[in-house]
Design a protein around this ligand. Structure first.
Ligand code: NAG
Ligand code: NAG
Ligand code: NAG
Ligand code: NAG
Ligand code: NAG
Length: 459
């Protein structure tokens, strides 16, 4: 912003000076009769006045500041403040004014060697695939006001390790076999260099685990459950996409359920082409893996065979737009749909939950016992439908009934800008967005912080 401002001023001044120079030169070179000279002066004066006036109008504050003896830094700050006050929306302004939200929460971010995080960004996909919240949260925190550079005043400590970007050369999916050793080595490093891990044994330390079964780091539930959460992380706070309402070894740790990552840019560009309240000509939409004959993988079937049942029952039903193959432009299909099916895969959660909500398609959640992200901010029961796995054969009847009764109510709730914003991670945190919700949840856990308990015990 400052950079932008300075050249503009200089360029205008340069132009003004050049005009004068041209005129002066012109006048000296050619002798003219008196009336012509007189006319020239009038013209020169008018032109000068015109440029001076327009310069004042467009650059008033900077121009007047530059004439005073205010130091250069001060004038840059002032013009920057002015620039920001002109160019920010009321929403952004209220964030700027709200000096310390989250009860003054402070987060220290460990500065780890690049092999733990930024090296992985050499692959563009690391930034924007469905597990990329580990990157997005780190980025947003680095830019945020809650960040402190002084670990002594921190309530929480964020450990930025990207474990989801080791994409397999075989199938393109992230290989997470290295996750445990990479995290262990990061913890060893921070524990040896600074006193804060040892002080709390990690209880005020935060990790992101954005894959299928959270901090169990395996895509298959039976293996994930057998492996469990690494001892090292059991004391800490895990930000995880996995969440169920029942006991599960992969969430047996202090945690916050977060939404999977969907690029806000992709959503905005889809909505520019088709507005949220535009025409929705697809009644029920699903695109994704739907096995015709699911394999018995050590006693478990993909999607507990729910997706197969949907295909068998509704594959021939015209109101159901069911596709089994990948299609890069699927967001344009979601924005055309009334209901979007969100059945479980291996894990109960799926990126469809977020994509449906942010593109205004009513999510139909078919994943028994799922625990949804940010339930304090997003009233899921008002913006979605939940169908039990055992009732999936009645989907048609259930959705017809909703379409005939409360569909408009649900859509009105769903199309609320605040709901959509809460599920998206922005590079620069915005009030109410997903990173904001994470910090809000962390502020509730501040009694785990060593700093706070020290303050209490001293008083
Ligand atoms: C990435 O994953 C592969 C396959 O699981 C593994 O062999 C390799 O060591 C991993 N790379 C790193 C840097 O951990
Ligand atoms: C933290 O504890 C570990 C293991 O007991 C030890 O090796 C390390 O030196 C300690 N770190 C600090 C900063 O004292
Ligand atoms: C699936 O395989 C397991 C053994 O891995 C077996 O015990 C179970 O009966 C099989 N289930 C079905 C429905 O075939
Ligand atoms: C809409 O109606 C269905 C039953 O048909 C009910 O389960 C759901 O909670 C209702 N949703 C709202 C927001 O009223
Ligand atoms: C912190 O407070 C919450 C309730 O607000 C409570 O459930 C939790 O046990 C407390 N934790 C600690 C470490 O005191």
């Amino acid at each position: 912003m400052v950079e932008l401002k300075k050249p503009t001023t200089t360029r205008n001044r340069g132009f003004y000076v050049r005009m004068r120079f041209l005129h002066g030169k012109h006048g000296r070179q050619q002798e003219r009769p008196f009336f012509w000279r007189y006319f020239k002066w009038v013209l020169w004066f008018s032109l000068s006045f015109y440029f001076f006036a327009s310069f004042l109008i467009t650059h008033k504050p900077t121009a007047s500041l530059s004439k005073t003896t205010v130091s250069r830094t001060k004038s840059i700050l002032a013009s920057r403040a002015l620039f920001e006050s002109i160019n920010t929306t009321p929403l952004q302004q209220s964030i700027t004014q709200k000096r310390s939200p989250f009860n003054g929460l402070k987060v220290y971010i460990y500065d780890l060697p690049s092999k733990y995080n930024s090296d992985w960004l050499s692959n563009e996909r690391c930034n924007n695939h469905l597990f990329a919240s580990e990157v997005a949260i780190h980025r947003a925190l680095l830019n945020s006001d809650v960040r402190t550079l002084d670990p002594k005043e921190a309530d929480f400590f964020f450990i930025p390790v990207y474990v989801s970007c080791n994409f397999s050369t075989v199938n393109g999916f992230p290989a997470i076999g290295h996750a445990r050793s990479l995290l262990a080595s990061a913890v060893e490093l921070i524990a040896s260099e600074l006193p804060f891990w040892n002080r709390s044994l990690g209880s005020d330390h935060i990790f992101v685990a954005s894959h299928d079964y959270g901090a169990c780091f395996h895509a298959m539930e039976d293996v994930a459950m057998a492996d469990g959460i690494p001892e090292l992380l059991k004391n800490s706070i895990i930000l995880q996409t996995f969440g169920v309402k029942y006991q599960h070894p992969c969430q047996d740790v202090e945690n916050v359920v977060i939404p999977p990552y969907i690029s806000p840019e992709s959503v905005r560009s889809t909505l520019e082409k088709s507005p949220i309240n535009g025409r929705r000509d697809i009644f029920v939409f699903f695109r994704g893996k739907m096995e015709v004959h699911p394999k018995n993988v050590s006693g478990r079937f993909y999607s507990k065979r729910v997706r197969t049942m949907i295909l068998q029952k509704y594959g021939g039903d015209r109101r159901f737009y069911l596709k089994r193959h990948r299609f890069a432009g699927y967001q344009s299909e979601i924005v055309r749909s009334v209901f979007c099916l969100c059945p479980l895969g291996w894990a109960p959660w799926s990126p469809r939950l977020v994509e449906s909500v942010v593109l205004g398609c009513v999510p139909v959640i078919i994943a028994d016992g799922i625990r949804l992200p940010f339930s304090a901010a997003v009233r899921w029961s008002e913006i979605s439908l939940t169908v039990a796995e055992k009732d999936v054969a009645n989907l048609g009847t259930i959705l017809d009934h909703v379409a005939a009764t409360n569909l408009t109510t649900i859509q009105r709730n769903l199309w609320d800008q605040n709901v959509r914003e809460a599920l998206l991670f922005n590079d620069q945190m915005v009030e109410g967005d997903a990173t904001w919700q994470v910090l809000d949840a962390l502020a509730e856990k501040v009694n785990r912080s060593q700093r706070k308990s020290r303050v209490f015990s001293e008083s």
